[in-house]
Design a protein around this ligand. Structure first.
Ligand code: PMP
Length: 436
């Protein structure tokens, strides 16, 4: 049977089932950074940010097995259990002590959805129920649920109509494709903040609940923004009593080189959403960490709180997450992400800078992107056929990347070795030399 690989493809544009030709592979097993298809072909896995510690890690498997034998299920709606408590504490200690409670979800979309709901409940509790609107950035991807999908501005909202009302879009200070009329990272940030303030004042600050932001836009192509933008965004939102949700579903927990990139950037979000690397792919899970400000309203006098999915905070998922986070911590994998990430960028620059179609080589930690263009001046993206050919060649090199709309995204596991990085550099470079 032909199985449609994605359920979120819009009917138009380049996102057709065929666009994934050459990448759509039927996998059978995996070990470390490698996966094997049903024909026994090996591929270096870099498609998603999920397998933080690689596949089949014995420590994670052992922890999950032990937990399955001990307590294979408990619903955190009705009871609690020791591991969910330990995991909440661990997340707060790793990300920031500014957070005081953790709500668990079943994936990244659920973590963002939870964050949005908590923000709404906070304002209702405080008698500011008018604050219903959310602002997020152009090109953002926040998830597949109705709420998280409504704050996603990546051209896929059309799939389900307008989405939630009052989800506004502000410009992104994209470093490679800056807003028209700006000529430096600083002027791009200043322009976007000015626009954001205009949107806030036009909608009425008293109607706005939160601004959602990915410190690096993942799905949109690892879009980097000026670091200064985030502190300034925080100052602006504070001025209007608007909260900030950091979506670190992809960037968080070591992937970008820090436990929390928004913390490193000084964004000081009120809610932090994490997922992918949290269990490293051994169990679906997400989490929303809430700061003291929300904690005191939600759990204080008159606080209202209705939240919880039956299976979130699953004990086996918590065992996986605790084991994965321990490995990330003990093996200092955020540092490895920074080191290997720099090597990869340097390696790609050395071999690809003069390639006529390589418009940009960028990344942060182990989230890397190569953006391909027809012309380096106009930055016109390569066409569909070009991408199709490249993904096939990469496949032949034993590399599973994530090619989308002229951008190759790569997320090797956080414990990827130097040799595996060399394999990636040489494989990608060889494939691209054949594309000249
Ligand atoms: N937020 C961001 C920043 C993401 O990259 C993603 C997934 N690509 C999500 C939310 C949604 O996560 P999930 O696919 O686990 O629901």
């Amino acid at each position: 049977p032909v199985i449609h690989p994605f359920t979120w493809m819009p009917p138009s544009g380049s996102l057709t089932p065929e666009a994934w030709y050459g990448q759509y592979t039927c996998l059978e097993r995996g070990e470390g950074s490698w996966v094997y298809d049903t024909h026994g072909n090996a591929y270096l896995y870099t498609t998603t940010a999920v397998p933080a510690v690689g596949l089949g890690h014995w420590q994670v498997i052992r922890a999950m097995k032990e937990q399955m034998e001990k307590l294979s299920f408990a619903s955190t709606c009705a009871q609690t259990h020791n591991l969910v408590q330990a995991l909440a504490e661990k997340l707060i200690s790793l990300c920031s002590r500014r957070y005081s409670k953790v709500f668990f979800a079943n994936d990244g979309s659920g973590a963002v959805e939870t964050a949005m709901r908590m923000v709404r409940q906070h304002f209702i509790t405080r008698g500011e129920s008018r604050r219903e609107m959310f602002i997020s950035l152009d090109g953002s991807y926040h998830g597949t649920t109705y709420g998280s999908g409504s704050v996603t501005h990546l051209g896929i909202r059309e799939m389900f109509g307008k989405g939630l009302e009052g989800c506004l879009c502000a410009p992104t200070p994209n470093l490679y494709r800056p807003p028209a009329g700006t000529d430096s990272p600083e002027s791009a940030a200043a322009f976007c903040l000015k626009e954001l303030e205009r949107i806030i004042t036009e909608a009425g600050p008293e109607n706005i609940a939160a601004v959602l932001v990915e410190p690096i836009q993942a799905v949109n192509g690892i879009v980097l923004m000026p670091e200064s933008f985030f502190k300034q965004l925080r100052a602006l939102t504070r001025q209007y009593g608007i909260l900030v949700i950091a979506d670190e579903v992809t960037t968080g927990l070591g992937r970008a080189g820090y436990w929390s990139l928004s913390e490193h950037y000084g964004l000081e979000p009120d809610v932090l959403a994490v997922s992918k690397g949290l269990t490293g792919g051994y169990f679906p899970m997400g989490a929303a960490l809430i700061s003291d400000a929300l904690d005191s309203s939600l759990f204080g006098e008159g606080g209202i709180l209705l939240h919880g999915s039956t299976q979130c905070g699953h004990p086996v998922g918590c065992a996986a997450a605790l084991a994965v986070l321990d490995i990330i911590e003990q093996e200092r994998l955020p540092d490895n992400a920074l080191l290997r990430g720099k090597d990869l960028i340097n390696g790609f620059r050395e071999s690809l800078d003069d390639h006529p179609c390589v418009g940009d080589i960028r990344g942060q930690g182990l989230m890397l992107a190569l953006e391909f263009v027809k012309d380096k001046q106009t930055k016109e993206p390569v066409d569909y056929e070009w991408g199709k050919k490249l993904t096939k060649l990469l496949h032949g090199e034993g590399i599973l990347g994530n090619y989308f709309n002229g951008i190759l995204l790569m997320y090797p596991p956080l414990n990827v070795s130097e040799e595996e990085c060399d394999f990636l550099i040489h494989g990608v470079s060889r494939a691209l030399r054949r594309m000249r």
